[in-house]
Structure formats: C-alpha cells, structure tokens
Design a protein around this ligand. Structure first.
Ligand code: NAD
Length: 523
C-alpha cells in the first residue's frame, strides 16, 4: 500500500505547486488499500483546446433546443444514475475510499438537482418582461433574455468527485452551455464513467466531455472556455483566477472552509453532540463545510464534550463495500493525511489533548483516527487553517458573544451552525460571518438547493444553487424595443432651444418630488 500512495503523492506534487510540467499519465490508487486501480492518460493543452472546440461547435444546437428538451436529456442522465447506481457507487468507493453511505449521497443529490433545475429553469432564466420605470420610456418594450456562456470549464476536487463536477455541470447544461470537466487527478474515474455513459449509453448530444490531468490541463481549460467554475483550495483558486484574468474570463470559486459550530447553554446537548460527530467525521471530515471548530457555552461544555467523545469513539472505521456497516472511510488524498497529521501534532505539542483518536491508523490503507481535541486555542493550526480530516477542536466559551468573536476570527467564511433554543440560536446565527448557516443542524444547507451556497472572505467568490446558481452560467442581454415613435426622438439632433424646452419640463415633471419643482415655479 505504502509504495502506491507514495507514487501518487509525488505525482500530485505538481498539482500542489500548480506546476505546468506534468506527467503524461496519472496513476489512480484505492486509498483504502493502496492498490493501483488505473493509469489515466493526461490530456495535453492541444487536446484540451480540441475538446473545447468540438463541444463549442455543437453548443448552438443544444442552446436552440430549449429548456424542456435539455431537461429531457438531463432526465435521461438522472434515470441512468438510478439504473446504474451500484456501478457508480462501486467506482466512487474504489477511487475515494468512502464508506457506502457517504458515497450514496452523490447520485441522490444529482438526481434531485436535475429535477430542481429542470423544473425551475424557465422561471430562473426564461425571458423577463420589465415595466419601464419612467413615463419617458413608455414607448419602449423592455425585455431581458439570458443567453448561456457557450462553453463552461469545471475544475473539481476529489472529496465529492460527482457532486462537485456533475453538480455544477447540471445547471450549466440546463442553461444551454456546453461543459468540459477536469476532475481531480485523485478521482478521475467516476466522472469519466458517467461522461462515457452520456455519450455511448444515453446517446446525449456531444456537448459534454472531460479532460484529465493536473495543473497544466486545468490551466489549458481556463484558457479555452468562456466561464470557469472552480472548486478546490483557495491556493489553487487564486492561480485559476489570475490565469482567467489574462483572457478576462469570468470565474466562480468555491474554496475551502473552517466551519464553526456554536453550542449555546440552552441547546439539546444530545442533538448537538450527535450533529458535531456527524458534521465533523462524515466523509472522513473531507467536506468543505465540515464542522472543524466547536465553541460551547460553559454550563453545557462538560456534558457536550463527554457525549461527543462517546459518539466519536464508537464510530466504525474501514471499508464496507456495499454492506453499509462502516461509518468513517479512508482519507482520499495522501497529501491531505499529511496536513491532518501536522495539525494534530502541532496542537498536541502546544498543549491540546486528544480525548479520542489523534493519529494515523496503522496497517493497509490511508486512514486517520476520528479525533476530538480539547484545550485548543486560536494559536494552533487546527483552529486556524483548514484541516479537512476527521478532527474537531472544542473550546469552552463564557457566553455567546465570546463564541461569536471566535467563530468570526477566521479568514474563511463558508458556512457554520448554531445549536440552542430556536429563537436565540437564530439571533446568534444571523451574526456569524459566512455564506450559509444552519440552526440546530449541520451540513444540511447543501441540500436546500433553493438557497445560495457560497463562501465569504477567502472561502470563495460567487455561489451555487438557487436562481443565481443557473443564472451565473448566462449572460444577460437587455432588449430595448421601440414600439412607436416619429422620425426623430426629442433628444436627437438638431439641438435647438425649442426642442430642449419640450424635454426639460418633462424631466422635471417626472423626477421632481414636489409640485413647485415639478412645474418649475419660482421660490
Ligand atoms: P486543489 O485546489 O488542490 O485542486 C482542485 C482542482 O484544481 C484539481 O482538479 C486540480 O487538479 C486542479 N488544479 C491544480 N492546480 C491547478 C492549476 N494550476 N490550474 C488549474 N487547475 C489546477 O483542491 P483539492 O485538494 O482537490 O480539494 C480540496 C479543497 O477543495 C479544500 O480546500 C476544500 O475545502 C475545497 N472544497 C471546496 C468546496 C466548496 O464548495 N466550497 C467543496 C469541496 C471542496
């Protein structure tokens, strides 16, 4: 196992550096065993450009077929996901090391999202009719039409290989864009499998493809497309945005998080502890919105820590195939395991205590023990930087004000949660600086696709979900149509005093807000 992981690790150091020199193939390993799964050829820049050019040529037809016809095709993808669910989950577990229940979330979310956007696209991006705001524009018909960016490039991470690629492709395709995905080099197989099915089993139009590789391939995709949707680390996000600036290509960036949970003195402590265990350990903590920092009001701190520790200690870790009998899977990227280990080691060396977990798991596969740390503070990496592993740090706070101060003391602002009596928790939640906040629940905002999901501060630019999640893939075109008019408008040439005398009083009449000014009366 070790050698496979090491090989993959050195391969991907190019990604970490954003280096442009890339290998001509990627080795994909099973993180749960280290076994080599596949060797995937890397697409060099010329191949990326050719793929984008091909789907670009087919995009006008896709746009012209309209919202309903596009929903028909995406509905076929939804049906395929249901019909081939086991195959999809098997591939995902192999390349990520997830447990089955975590893997299962992915096709379920995608099917729901296809229906969500398919049934609302006409409302969200259909042509809008606008009433002119001024009687001076009464002769004009105003419309806004939303035309898709022709080709959208999606660059995605490894933690949710399908949700974070197809999940962004769905609104873009529904909007009429062609889409090219560059999956993470750690998890290229699942996306490739679905796209191959789109082409050969579903028989979908040739407007949807993927390219494989690391930084060089990703950079070439940024150069070739009309809109970039990037999900990944803030480090790579900055590079992608800088590269897109060269061609003035718009970007939407969904980046890292360091999500806080606040537990108030009037919380249901059992629910809060169970939520913290799931929110912190699900998908081995490799969720951008994972609970990473917990601030608990003094009166319930001891009870919360004891219940959280008991819950986390009882989690079953390992591989479960399709048996659904494990809770926490492997770490998907060996680079990430090293970061998690570094954060925990740093905390322990600075006085933190691990009430459970605290180290890598010995033996085959790449696992880190589900870990609860106490006696932590904001000088430690584990409370400051994104850990992205099965680790939570818990701090005792005097009151809600202190909890809020600490929760907001972060360069990130993706999402968070507050547990407590509903009204009080809601008041506290409104003051957390982040793009989405859950009251008495965790992570669930991601499945409330009606509302936007995106980061404040260094957690991103732009949002996914809701109306904005499909509109962003479109350019608005305002249509100002003259319904009637003579040979000349009063504001056109020639400029004469007589014509000005006509326009001036009308502007006054409609814009002044008192009668004296409306009629130009002297004081
Ligand atoms: P990463 O930034 O290392 O890689 C993301 C993608 O960028 C990969 O496909 C990678 O190959 C590609 N890439 C690398 N260098 C590039 C370059 N120079 N130009 C273009 N593309 C390049 O991130 P990761 O390790 O795959 O994912 C983990 C990160 O993703 C965490 O920070 C996590 O919080 C974040 N994330 C955010 C969200 C969200 O919605 N906000 C969701 C999931 C994950």
């Amino acid at each position: 196992m070790e050698s496979g992981t090491a090989a993959r690790s050195s391969e991907t150091s190019a990604a970490s550096n954003g280096a442009t020199a890339a290998a001509d193939s990627i080795e994909v390993h099973n993180p749960a065993t280290g076994a080599l799964l596949a060797t995937v050829p890397v697409d060099p820049p010329e191949a990326v450009a050719a793929t984008v050019a091909r789907v670009r040529a087919n995009q006008p037809e896709w746009e012209a077929m309209g919202i309903e016809a596009r929903y028909y095709w995406l509905g076929k993808l939804r049906d395929w996901l249901f019909d081939n669910q086991d195959r999809v989950l098997d591939t995902m577990q192999l390349e990520t090391g997830k447990v089955r229940a975590d893997a299962m979330n992915e096709p379920a979310y995608l099917a729901d999202l296809i229906n969500f956007y398919g049934s609302r696209a006409a409302k969200f991006i259909g042509e809008e009719s606008i009433r002119p705001h001024s009687p001076l524009l009464a002769a004009k018909k105003l419309r806004i039409q939303y035309r898709p960016h022709p080709v959208v490039g999606l660059i995605s991470p490894w933690n949710f290989p399908l949700i974070l690629s197809l999940g962004d492709a769905i609104p873009a395709l529904q909007a009429g864009c062609a889409v090219v995905i560059k999956p993470s080099e750690f998890t290229p197989l699942g996306v490739a499998e679905v796209i191959e099915a789109w082409k050969s089993e579903i028989g979908g139009p040739d407007i949807f493809d993927c390219v494989q590789g690391i930084g060089e391939t990703g950079g070439a995709l940024v150069d070739a497309v009309d809109f970039v949707q990037f999900t990944g680390s803030d480090r790579t996000g900055r590079k992608v945005m800088a590269r897109a600036a060269e061609t003035l290509t718009p970007v939407s960036l969904e980046l890292g998080g360091k999500d806080p949970m606040i537990v108030l003195r009037d919380a249901d402590v059992d629910r809060a502890a169970n939520a913290a265990a799931w929110g912190g350990m699900a998908n081995s903590g490799q969720i951008c919105m994972s609970v990473e920092r917990i601030y608990v009001e003094e009166p319930v701190y001891d009870e919360f820590v004891q219940k959280l520790t008991k819950e986390v200690r009882g989690l079953r870790q390992g591989q479960d195939g399709d048996r659904y009998d494990k809770d926490v899977g492997a770490m998907t990227s060996p680079n990430q395991t090293a970061i998690v280990e570094d954060h925990v080691t740093d905390a322990l060396a600075s006085g933190a205590r691990a009430l459970t977990g605290g180290k890598r798991v010995e033996g085959p596969g790449d696992y880190f023990e589900p870990t609860v740390l106490v006696d932590v503070d904001h000088s430690m990496k584990v409370m400051r930087d994104e850990t992205f592993g099965p680790v939570v740090g818990v701090m005792k706070v005097r009151d809600a004000e202190e909890a809020l101060r600490l929760a907001n003391d972060s360069r990130y602002g993706l999402s968070g949660s507050v547990f407590g009596e509903r009204e009080r928790a809601e008041q506290v939640a409104r003051r957390v600086e982040c793009g989405a906040i859950n009251v008495n629940d965790v992570l669930v905002n991601y499945f409330a696709t009606e509302v936007p999901m995106g980061g404040w501060k260094e957690s991103g630019i732009g949002t996914r979900h809701g109306e904005g999640g499909i509109k962003k893939y479109c350019r608005s075109e305002s249509l100002v149509i003259t319904r009637f008019g003579g040979k000349r408008e009063p504001s056109w040439y020639p400029y004469t005093k007589a014509r000005r005398r006509l326009v001036g009083p009308l502007v006054r009449l409609f814009n002044a807000r008192d009668w004296r000014r409306r009629f130009g009366l002297k004081r």
